[in-house]
Design a protein around this ligand. Structure first.
Ligand code: FAS
Ligand code: PHB
Length: 390
């Protein structure tokens, strides 16, 4: 293949969803992915989909399993000082979220792309981008030891935080904004029933914890941990003991322990790169921004970026209009920054910050006390959690 309309870098959820939506619009793409399909599927990440992401999976024609296996959640619980406080999404916003793991979203999108026959080149090495500010940019890569070149109209940089796309924007043009948090999340996946029907976000003196799930028989748990922690120092038993310690008394006897299927430590950061467009290169998803997972926004921001880019490309190819592409970066960043704020706020409110001054601790307590005393405050949390409009 020497020339194509759109080259998508990265076969994570952003790249695969964009590829599938463009496919439905009759726009030709090729996806270049540096890893194997199994490696991509082996990464355990997000668990909660906003209605916008659910709708896009349906528009992409990839929602059959999601609609059957996804679990609708009408609320979530925050636990503070041993007290559970439910945030009722349905009552406060009239809508809900869907619990359906990113692994399953990725698998559904991979299967749909395979069925469509559109090319995804896995294990594509040393991808490089050039002529980005020309009408026909070039993508170079090596596949099975053979150097290859593709020219295209547009490049969608969907290659995540460590990808090549953001790094291809000239340093004097790119501006980044970042906050690195002084802790990480230790995650465990197990084939054990969840401790509750809904998610529980726990603010505990010994650290944040999150009780999530993938199904009624598969649980996903997280513990706040130090940045110096090593997975090898966390046996399953140590994890279960620490989790049980942070659970509310009402739930401690509900915890079902079992062998971990996966255990990993993720650092937490807030990060945004501007602009999200340079010439014919458009950044989408983690390639452009990272949020701490406390607000369940990362995957959902990738979805809204993809929506704006899909519509811009559709207008270009179907109607010769470039207004959507011109407006892409501004529209995407407007939603990104609101999600960055919400994710930062949830993280700041629910975690223990080592060495935090007494005043900040009082602010955290006041934030939580006000939240649970005010319908307006809980509505604000709920409308951000279920997803702000696209
Ligand atoms: P991804 O990183 O998923 O995909 C990028 C793809 O590009 C990868 O497959 C990579 O191999 C490929 N790539 C990279 N460089 C390349 C190159 N040079 N050439 C070709 N391909 C290249 N979000 C939530 O909403 N909730 C959560 O609970 C949550 N938990 C998370 C836990 C962890 C440990 C991490 C790291 C992230 C978590 N996230 C969560 C965020 C996560 O879900 C991302 O938002 C989501 O994966 C974004 O999807 P993509 O933008 O497609 O990026
Ligand atoms: C998850 O299930 O992995 C999950 C859910 C909600 C979050 C973060 C992670 O806020």
């Amino acid at each position: 293949m020497k020339s194509v309309s759109v080259v998508i870098i990265g076969a994570g959820p952003a790249g695969l969803l964009l590829g599938q939506l463009l496919q439905t619009s009759g726009i030709e793409t090729v996806i270049l992915e540096q890893r194997s399909p199994d490696y991509v599927l082996g990464r355990i990440r997000a668990g909660v989909l906003e209605q916008g992401a659910v709708s896009l999976m349906r528009q992409a024609g990839c929602s059959e399993r999601m609609d059957k296996e996804g679990i609708v959640h009408h609320g979530t619980a925050l636990m503070v000082d041993g007290q559970m406080h439910r945030i009722d999404f349905q009552d406060l916003t009239g809508t809900s979220v869907l619990v359906y793991g990113q692994t399953e979203v990725t698998r559904d999108l991979m299967d749909a792309r395979t069925a469509s026959g559109a090319p995804t080149l896995y294990e594509a090495e040393d991808v490089s981008l050039s002529d980005l500010d020309s009408p026909r940019p070039t993508v170079r890569f090596r596949k099975d030891g053979i150097e290859q070149t593709i020219t295209c109209d547009f490049i969608a940089g969907c290659d995540g935080f460590h990808g090549v796309s953001r790094r291809s924007i000239p340093a004097h043009i790119l501006k980044t904004y970042e906050r690195v948090y002084p802790f990480g999340w230790l995650g465990l996946l197990s084939d054990t029933p969840p401790v509750d029907d809904e998610l529980i976000y726990i603010n505990h003196p010994r650290g944040f914890a999150l009780c999530s799930m993938r199904s009624h028989s598969r649980s996903r748990y997280y513990l706040q941990c130090g940045l110096d922690e090593k997975i090898k120092d966390w046996s399953d038993e140590r994890f279960w003991d620490a989790l049980q310690d942070r659970l509310p008394a009402s739930h401690q006897d509900r915890l079902v322990r079992g062998p971990s299927i996966e255990k990993s430590i993720a650092p937490l950061r807030s990060f945004v790169a501007e602009p999200m467009r340079y010439g014919q290169l458009f950044l989408a998803g983690d390639a452009a921004h990272i949020v701490p997972p406390t607000g369940a926004k990362g995957l959902n921001l990738a979805a809204s970026d993809v929506y704006y880019l899909w519509k811009g490309l559709e207008d270009f190819y179907h109607h010769g209009q470039s207004g959507g592409l011109e407006a892409y970066a501004g529209k995407a960043l407007a939603r990104v920054w609101k999600a960055e704020r919400f994710s930062w706020w949830m993280t700041t409110m629910l975690h223990q910050f080592p060495g935090q001054p007494a005043f900040e601790s009082k602010m955290q307590q006041a934030e939580l006390a006000y939240l649970f005393s005010s319908r307006a405050a809980m509505t604000a949390l709920a409308e951000n959690y279920v997803g702000l409009p696209y």
